[in-house]
Ligand binder design. Structure first.
Ligand code: CO
Ligand code: CO
Ligand code: CO
Length: 323
């Protein structure tokens, strides 16, 4: 993200979430009851099937609105492609996206295509939210419990598929995780009221948790035995089938993390794995946590789990501990 100077940040008081925070989406207040939530995200294919890729990219783009507790309203397609793909393939990608926009209850309002060597697709999404109910990643409170709504490992799995280390069948679990909208968890967290939320994407579980901890002036303690990691992921890490992003995340974020000595190297890597269309990490007051977990798991096909808690920050260097 580029940086604006302080005057730019403060130019409009209705920009209630913007450049000053490392949040998932921008939020602009229209009146006392209504604010716009705006986001954009697009990327190169993570799977071979164009329809699934379209679904994944759209679910990922919609996720930043869900992470703020917003309701998606309109979406615009952003597609980059060249004559190396047929019009049918492009149509399938866009159909996949349209399918997820519909599932989100939003409408496709248009889009734009650009010629580019490499295919890229995603959405710019505009959502609505009550400005008093905006859930940022900087409101976590000591004593909160942390709910994670999807298992980790999509970066490792999709990388391994590219190198033919796993079968189409083994890719399926990750695909199911990536096409699943964060809609349900977002709606349930808004109903019950939570302190903070972020979605887990490119910085991995640790990177996004670090942003939450730092922004909230707290520390986060994960229980490694509770963190869900998809089948085969640890095995694939041991074969060094790891996306470069996992290592760069580790290099950047590990100075703020302490790991219990019992945690093996492969497991650490999984926690830094960049996720595509990952789950929500929700910081919820302890007395509401079990109820929220139950409400999500009653309806969700993917099991959400309490993976840790929010504790006091005792030093700037140790914001995340994994025990
Ligand atoms: Co995000
Ligand atoms: Co994003
Ligand atoms: Co245009």
């Amino acid at each position: 993200m580029c940086h604006l100077d302080d005057n730019d940040k403060k130019r409009d008081k209705n920009l209630i979430v913007g450049f000053d925070k490392s949040d998932d989406a921008g939020v602009y207040k229209l009146d006392e009851e209504t604010a716009l939530v705006q986001t954009v995200d697009f990327f190169t294919p993570v799977v071979d099937d164009p329809y699934l890729y379209g679904q994944i990219a759209a679910a990922n783009s919609l996720s930043d609105v869900y992470a703020m507790g917003g309701k998606p309203l309109t979406a615009l397609n952003i597609a980059c492609y060249s004559c190396s793909i047929t019009p049918q393939i492009l149509a399938e990608i866009l159909n996949g996206g349209a399918n997820k926009i519909k599932e989100a209850g939003a409408v496709l309002a248009g889009g734009h295509t650009v010629t580019d060597k490499e295919v890229k697709y995603g959405l710019s999404v505009t959502g609505l939210i009550d400005p008093k109910k905006v859930v940022t990643n900087s409101g976590a409170k000591v004593g909160d419990l942390l709910i994670l709504t999807k298992p980790l490992g999509t970066g490792i799995i999709t990388t391994s598929f590219k190198f033919d280390l796993i079968s189409e069948k083994e890719l399926e679990e990750a695909t199911k995780v990536m096409v699943t909208l964060n809609k349900l968890a977002s709606e349930e967290m808004q109903k019950i009221g939570v302190n903070a939320c972020t979605d887990i994407t490119g910085f991995g579980l640790i990177g996004h948790s670090y942003e939450m901890a730092k922004g909230s002036n707290v520390a986060i303690e994960f229980d490694s035995s509770k963190i869900m990691i998809m089948d085969k992921v640890i095995e694939l890490i041991k074969k060094d089938s790891v996306p470069g992003g996992a290592y760069s995340n580790k290099q950047f974020f590990e100075k703020w993390v302490s790991f219990n000595s019992s945690i093996e190297e492969a497991e650490k890597i999984a926690l830094f794995d960049p996720q595509t269309s990952g789950g929500l990490l929700i910081s919820v007051p302890e007395q509401k946590a079990l109820k929220l977990l139950k409400n999500i798991n009653e309806k969700s096909e993917i099991e959400a789990v309490i993976v840790g808690k929010v504790v006091e920050a005792t030093s700037d260097n140790n914001l995340i501990s994994v025990i």
